[in-house]
Design a binder for this molecule. Structure first.
Ligand code: ZN
Length: 323
C-alpha cells in the first residue's frame, strides 16, 4: 500500500464501515506504489535554485516510511537531473520519481549514492536504466556486495510487503578521487573521501548555489553513527570545513543548514567519544564500562542516542584500543 493510500484510509476511518476499510486496503495492496498518491506522499522541499530535498524521519525502517529514513536531494540542471541518494526501497524510489516528475520533465541522468547504507541506496531500482549512471565511491561496489543479502533480508523483515521488488543495485560509475558531472549549465563536483562514517563516503558540491550535499558525513539532530573510523571522520570533517559552501544538505536532519556551523554539534559529540574512550582505555577499562559513561552529557542532545550510542562506543573502543 502506498503512503498516500495509507493516509486516505486513516483519515477516513471515522466515516467508513470496516468492510469499506478492508476494500480500500485491498485496493491499495493490489495497486502497489500509486503514482496518483506519490506526489502527496513524498514531500520535496525547495532549498536553493533547482534543489529539492526529502527529509527522512528519525526512525527505524518500517512499512510506514518505506525505509526512507535518510535525506534525499534532487538537483535540476539545464538538460538533466541528478539524484543524491534514493531512499530505502523500490516502493519509495517509485514515489520519489513520481514526485520528481511533478517538478520537471527533464530526465534523470545520474543517481549519486553517498554511501552503502540501505536508507540511501535501496531506491536505486526505481531509476536504473541504460541512460542513468549510478555513481558511487570506488569502494561502494565491494561494500554493497558484502552486505546486500543482509540488507535485503532486514528490509523484507522490517518494511514488510512494501519492500517487494527492491534490489541492491551498485554503481556503474566509480569515483576514486573526484569527478565533475555536467547537468547542462550546472556542474556538480563529486568527491570520494577516506574512511569516515563508512569506508565509501562521497560528497557532492553544487558551485552555482554553493550547496554541499554531505550524505552521512554530516548528521544533524539524529545521533551520528560510526561505521568506518572515528578518527578518520574527524579528519574528513576538517577537510569538509574548507569547502566554500553556504549551506549543507545533511544525510539526516533538516533539509538544509548553514555551513560550516552545521558541523558543530556532531564534532562536539565525536570529540567527546574520542576523549572519553581514550580515558577508559588508559585506565584499563572495558567496553561495557565505557558504554555506561562515555559522552553521557550528550544523551539529551540527540535523537536515537539510546539505540546507537552503545554501538559507537564499541566501534570506537575497538579502533582506539591499539593506537
Ligand atoms: Zn549512513
Amino acid at each position: 500500500m502506498s503512503q498516500g493510500i495509507a493516509r486516505a484510509v486513516t483519515g477516513s476511518a471515522g466515516l467508513l464501515a470496516p468492510a469499506a476499510l478492508f476494500w480500500l486496503a485491498a485496493i491499495g495492496a493490489a495497486l502497489g506504489p500509486s503514482p496518483a498518491g506519490a506526489a502527496e506522499a513524498v514531500q520535496l522541499k525547495p532549498v536553493a535554485q533547482g534543489i529539492y530535498v526529502y527529509t527522512g524521519p528519525h526512525a527505524d525502517a518500517s512499512g510506514s516510511n518505506l525505509g526512507a529514513v535518510g535525506n534525499v536531494a534532487i538537483v535540476v540542471g539545464g538538460e538533466s537531473v541528478a539524484l543524491i541518494d534514493s531512499g530505502g526501497s523500490l516502493a519509495f524510489g517509485l514515489q520519489l520519481r513520481a514526485a520528481l516528475e511533478e517538478i520537471t520533465d527533464l530526465p534523470v541522468s545520474h543517481v549519486i549514492n553517498t554511501h552503502v547504507h540501505p536508507d540511501h541506496l535501496l531506491g536505486n531500482a526505481a531509476f536504473a536504466s541504460p541512460t542513468v549512471e549510478i555513481v558511487g565511491h570506488r569502494r561502494l561496489g565491494p561494500a554493497l556486495a558484502a552486505r546486500a543479502t543482509f540488507y535485503l533480508e532486514a528490509g523484507a523483515r522490517n518494511i514488510g510487503p512494501e519492500f517487494a521488488g527492491t534490489e541492491a543495485i551498485g554503481p556503474t560509475l566509480e569515483v576514486a578521487d573526484s569527478i565533475h558531472i555536467n547537468l547542462g549549465g550546472r556542474v556538480l563536483k563529486v568527491t570520494a573521501h577516506a574512511t569516515a562514517h563508512t569506508d565509501n563516503d562521497l560528497t557532492v558540491y553544487d558551485r552555482r548555489t554553493r550547496t554541499l550535499f554531505a550524505g552521512d558525513l554530516v548528521f544533524i539532530e539524529r545521533l551520528p553513527v560510526v561505521d568506518g573510523s572515528l578518527k578518520g571522520w574527524l579528519a574528513v570533517m576538517d577537510e569538509l570545513r574548507a569547502v566554500p559552501a553556504v549551506r549543507v544538505v545533511p544525510g539526516h536532519g533538516p533539509a538544509s543548514a548553514r555551513w560550516p556551523a552545521a558541523l558543530h554539534a556532531q564534532e562536539r559529540y565525536l570529540q567527546a567519544v574520542l576523549r572519553d574512550v581514550r580515558i577508559e582505555i588508559a585506565a584499563g577499562g572495558t567496553i561495557e564500562n565505557a558504554i555506561g559513561w562515555v559522552a553521557s552529557e550528550e544523551r539529551t542532545k540527540w535523537a536515537r542516542f539510546a539505540e546507537d550510542h552503545p554501538r559507537n562506543v564499541t566501534a570506537s573502543f575497538t579502533e582506539l584500543e591499539w593506537e
